[in-house]
Design a protein around this ligand. Structure first.
Ligand code: 15L
Length: 270
């Protein structure tokens, strides 16, 4: 049986995906700083702080694959991002290399490209345009993954995740939403597909208003079931409570772009 380690297992996405992964991969090894609630039968927990190389090495020892969903999941101070997402991501890839891990699925984010305008349809083969320190850390993680793949032969799949949940939370999320079931499909492609060396795939369901060309994911067999349009009424009702964001509404990253923004919206973002 292949040992699969899930970092960030106690986090929002970790909590949603564990029960959906369980039928395919029994005996998942979970890692996080805090113990996840409701360990499933067969799951094993190893506490680790990503900023501590010794703890990360202990968590990934003997693993065949790692689903790296740990780290800071929104914008934070430089110290928070540096420790959890820059140092933490390096520690994870380096410990994985030393442990002989074959595959890593890395939770990147749409915020690596958040400053692309909503009028653009983008693939994953263009320059990153992060919208935050958090977005920069995700671009760094993608770059690390490419390096470990090219230099050390690791099979790395980066998922540029939109927003995972049961329903899209607002109108922006209609373009980037992904259901828990669909993200599990993408994770399984990353863990199993024989043709992968290094990939950046968009973590989005079958959304009519998508800004992303996710053709490569479909080529690899991705068949999302979620459709954000089924939840449009809910998203629009929630949007009315939020109101307009004159800068954020121009760009794919939304409020991550307008937060701390001091430039001119006409000259920002491609
Ligand atoms: C992300 O990357 C975050 O982890 C998540 O909390 C949401 O903010 C999401 O992006 C989003 O863009 O909606």
């Amino acid at each position: 049986m292949r040992r699969i380690v899930v970092t960030g297992a106690a986090g929002g996405i970790g909590t949603m995906i564990r029960p959906l992964l369980a039928p395919f991969y029994c005996g998942l090894v979970l890692s996080d700083r805090v113990t996840p609630a409701n360990l499933l039968a067969g799951e094993k927990f190893i506490a680790a702080d990503l900023a501590r190389p010794d703890e990360v090495a202990r968590a990934v020892a003997g693993a065949h694959s790692v689903i790296h969903f740990g780290g800071y999941s929104v914008e934070g101070t430089w110290n928070q991002i540096l420790n959890a997402n820059i140092i933490g991501c390096y520690n994870l890839f380096e410990a994985a290399r030393q442990a002989g891990v074959k595959r890593v699925v890395f939770a990147s984010s749409n915020h690596a490209v958040g400053f692309y305008r909503r009028s653009r349809r983008i693939g994953s083969d263009l320059t990153v345009r992060p919208d935050s320190r958090y977005g920069v850390s995700k671009a760094f993680g993608e770059a690390l993954g490419a390096m470990y793949s090219d230099k050390h032969g690791m099979i790395v799949t980066c998922l540029r995740i939109g927003n995972v949940g049961r329903v899209p939370l607002d109108v922006r999320r209609l373009a980037i939403w992904i259901s828990p079931e669909d993200i599990v499909q993408l994770i399984r492609i990353g863990l199993e597909h024989p043709d992968i060396r290094f990939e950046i795939l968009y973590g989005a369901s079958d959304n009519a208003t998508s800004w992303w060309d996710n053709a490569r994911a479909y080529e690899l067999g991705y068949r999302p079931n979620g459709k954000s349009e089924d939840h449009r009424a809910h998203a629009e009702a929630e949007q009315r409570k939020i109101g307009a964001d004159p800068v954020g509404d121009l760009f794919q990253g939304g409020a991550f772009c307008s937060t701390e923004f001091t430039s001119d919206a006409n000259r920002a973002g491609p």
